[in-house]
Design a protein around this ligand. Sequence first.
Ligand SMILES: Cc1cc2nc3c(=O)[nH]c(=O)nc-3n(C[C@H](O)[C@H](O)[C@H](O)COP(=O)(O)OP(=O)(O)OC[C@H]3O[C@@H](n4cnc5c(N)ncnc54)[C@H](O)[C@@H]3O)c2cc1C
Length: 502
Amino acid sequence: MRKKEVIIVGTGLGGLSAALRLSSLGFKVKMVEKYHQAGGRLNLFVQDGFSFDLGPTFFSMSYEFDELVKTTGIEYPFEFVELDPLFTVNIDGNPRNFTIYKDLDKLTREFMDMEPNFREKMEKHLKKTGNLYHDTEKIIIHRNFYSFFDYVMQLTKVPLKHGPLLFKTMWKELCQSFESKEARMIFSLVGFFLGATPFDTPAVFSLLNYIELKHNGYHNVKGGMYKIIEGLYKVLRERGVDFYFNTEIVDTKKANGKIEYLIDQEGKTWKGDYYIVNADAAWFRGAILKRPRFSDKKLDKKKWTMAPLTIFLGINGKLDRLQYHNYFLGNNFNQYARGVFKNKVSFQKPYYYVNVPSKNNLDYAPDGKESLFILCPSPDLRFKPDWSNREQIAQNIIDDLSERTGYDLNKMIESRTVLSPEHWGKMFNLYKGSGLGLAHDMNQIGWFRPKNKDEKFKNVYYTGASTIPGTGLPMAVISSKLTVERLMKDDQDFQKKQSAVQ
Ligand SMILES: Cc1cc2nc3c(=O)[nH]c(=O)nc-3n(C[C@H](O)[C@H](O)[C@H](O)COP(=O)(O)OP(=O)(O)OC[C@H]3O[C@@H](n4cnc5c(N)ncnc54)[C@H](O)[C@@H]3O)c2cc1C
């Protein structure tokens, strides 16, 4: 019997994971990608002899990768390294650095002089958020929703005691859990990991504190984050999956409620039995399928996550006073966080995240040198369309970092590249440069997130962080499981084979 063919648009982690699952189930898979190499946002950037993880620098929920590897029967194609400590936080004007550990004894020592009964408060916070995670993991996070009724039915299974978390913000929840401004600020940083702020992120996402501080921690990959992609790519090539880079899908031919073929920028056509879109699910429906519900006008009204301003520095010298992950915050958290994504704060003294990938991966920088990555969460192109001042903002950050670490970075910089939200938007078709796609408000998650099965075309599916369950690397892996489950449910041949076996 002819193998059914699936064309996957995009080689992000969601696309590659879906390809792996489909190749295990006997499909022929072809992947088309606009960028010059696989990985999407989980990519590698090499400049002047220095290497950097382009976007993601860590992940949690490593067990989602275990599931992918086990289900598809492959050897683990990369090796995790659990991070300890998790990260450090420097608050402007505060002479000490906070080091955040998974070990509760060590963590308590960091906060005991400013947060009375820290240990009890943290244990209570982790118990509450841990219960929420385990009570929703199977019924919401790992689940396809086949109708609105189905979604509501699942929500009714969430124990009532979690109800209050649905109706308040993460910030409110943290204010109820901790008294000191330092603890509140630091444990609300998970809101920024979702690309938003604790003031507009629902309290349910405080469960990330449980996942990261207790359940699973943070992980990096031996040899750098891109080893995930290299590992998956190698297995897929061995399994006969074909890759076509520098190939951007710009149009489609539709017939009889299906997509007949995709059309790339050169006019070449791509025909399959099924199509899985790993490009942003809302953007693709609007820009490529021309759906009025996803027009720019409609998408502009939605809530999008932060846009990245990223700085990649090759440093002549070692940076021993920095850890692997470091956050540099100001002392006007409330005002800054509320205004930053609407372009209502000055970029004279921005908040930013610093990663030194060469600390864990010695090959990332020549001997005696360091690769330094800085991410400044910024407004998307709706709120700040002009990024001609990106070098000046980068310079403000470099000067601030020099002052706060005591390194004269300006004298140590050998290589400097600044990528603005405009660059990010163009590189991967991220809507208005939003780095993590649609935000995770209650009306943009679950049933309300762009669906993983197309509304009109019977043979079109979506996978990755822009559809369910949500953003981040483990979520992209879960997403591929849900998408493939959905496709298999629809596939007639698979249904026949299943019934023949039974
Ligand atoms: C700066 C930054 C830092 C981050 N840090 C972390 C982190 O530390 N930990 C974490 O867990 N997550 C992090 N994330 C989020 C994480 O990167 C994403 O959630 C995840 O990589 C998304 O994977 P994906 O497969 O859904 O999409 P993508 O990685 O975006 O892949 C989609 C692919 O589709 C391609 N494509 C788009 N349109 C077309 C088209 N028309 N034709 C052909 N190809 C197309 C794109 O080029 C891209 O390669 C970060 C994101 C950013 C931007």
